[in-house]
Design a protein around this ligand. Structure first.
Ligand code: NAP
Ligand code: HSE
Length: 328
């Protein structure tokens, strides 16, 4: 049975999710693709940290041990921040590896360069997990663009913010209590500032912008507001009017063809498709020329939803590049 060798950079919530799914679904993947997938290396920062049992893979804190291994076909990346992630992935592409990332902070800025580099080296880039967690929004928009045109994208793109707003409104949690709950569930970033300030949703919107419109607006032109100033009492007050606060990221082309975008809390009524999206769920409304508005809903964060999006990318890579995935 031919084998695909993979490395996982980062073994926190997301990296562990990828590893678990690859173990749990090993036989199904083998059956559906004809390949076994073997995790050969895992990169971490602190080798001494206690982890789940990992058999058959080398744990290292040295990226060169991974990038110098000519057997590795695919590099999953689930570490934090722009660097060293961008450099590691550029180097992996240069070595001819396919890459699959969940790192939206890095990808919002460096995604276009990575995609260009990958095209030049004839390898694939999977970035489904960067945006809207387990919702297959990247694949959906990519497919739609083959024969249609995106006019507007509007959505709840941060699971932590939506989870906090729901807990504060329905269960009377304080902002701080709800944030701790989101952290314990693995939804929030290690430093949750970007979740609650709107920066995380903004970056996901920029990834969608590059994909849908082939460009991003000037980042400085986009007003970005978080949920960190909202109090439980503000949320309770809206209930009697049957309104709800949602943290909404929105991008569209104006009549002059210029990209306009906003990110922030919006009060919406019961008829709006985002009204009923609660908890850690995200939702994305894609409006196209031929389709009108299409709404996708699903879990926006967490170990298995994010891991699942990365495995979907892996299956796509295998199907696209079966010829070059033949074993080393
Ligand atoms: P996490 O739990 O904090 O895990 C981060 C992992 O990366 C840890 O294993 C850490 O090593 C490792 N790491 C960090 N910096 C490193 C470096 N310089 N070199 C080597 N290893 C390094 O984070 P996470 O929640 O899994 O998120 C990972 C990435 O996915 C982030 O970019 C995040 O924004 C994105 N993401 C997260 C979610 C989610 O639901 N959590 C969803 C979608 C996307 P140690 O274990 O040794 O500390
Ligand atoms: N911290 C992010 C969120 C993880 O809550 O949406 C998913 O990108």
């Amino acid at each position: 049975m031919p084998s695909i060798k993979v490395a996982i950079l980062g073994f926190g919530t997301v990296g562990e999710g990828v590893f678990r799914i690859l173990q749990e679904k090993r036989e199904e993947i083998k059956k559906s693709t004809g390949f076994t997938v073997d995790v050969v290396s895992i990169l971490v920062k602190d080798k001494a940290k206690e982890r789940i049992p990992i058999r058959g893979a080398q744990i290292t804190d040295n990226i060169h041990e991974i990038l110098s291994n000519p057997e590795i076909d695919v590099v999953f990346e689930a570490i934090v921040g722009e660097e060293p992630a961008y450099t590691y992935l550029s180097d992996a592409i240069e070595k001819g590896c396919h890459i699959i990332t969940a790192n939206k902070k890095m990808f919002a800025k460096h995604g276009p360069a990575l995609l260009k580099h990958a095209e030049f080296r004839d390898v694939q880039v999977g970035f489904e997990a960067t945006t809207a967690g387990g919702i297959p929004i990247i694949r959906t928009v990519t497919n739609l663009l083959a024969g249609d045109r995106v006019k507007r994208i509007q959505g709840i793109l941060n699971g932590t913010s939506n989870f906090i707003l729901t807990k504060m409104r329905d269960e009377g949690f304080s902002f701080e209590q709800a944030l701790i709950d989101a952290q314990q569930n693995g939804y929030a970033e290690a430093d949750p500032t970007d979740d609650v300030s709107g920066a995380d949703a903004f970056r996901k919107l920029m990834i969608l912008s590059s994909l849908s419109f082939g460009q991003q607006p000037d980042w400085e032109d986009v007003p970005v507001v978080g949920i960190d100033h909202l109090e439980s009492v503000d949320l309770k007050d809206t209930v009697k009017d049957n309104l709800r606060y949602r943290h909404v990221a929105d991008i569209w082309k104006d009549e002059r063809g210029k990209l306009q975008a906003t990110v922030g809390p919006v009060l919406i009524g019961a008829n709006h498709p985002l009204f009923s999206i609660d908890g850690v769920d995200n939702a994305v409304i894609v409006e196209t020329e031929y389709l009108g508005p299409l709404t996708l809903v699903g879990p926006g964060a967490g170990m298995y939803p994010t891991g699942s999006a990365m495995i979907a990318d892996l299956l796509h890579v295998i199907r696209q590049h079966e010829a070059v995935m033949v074993p080393n």
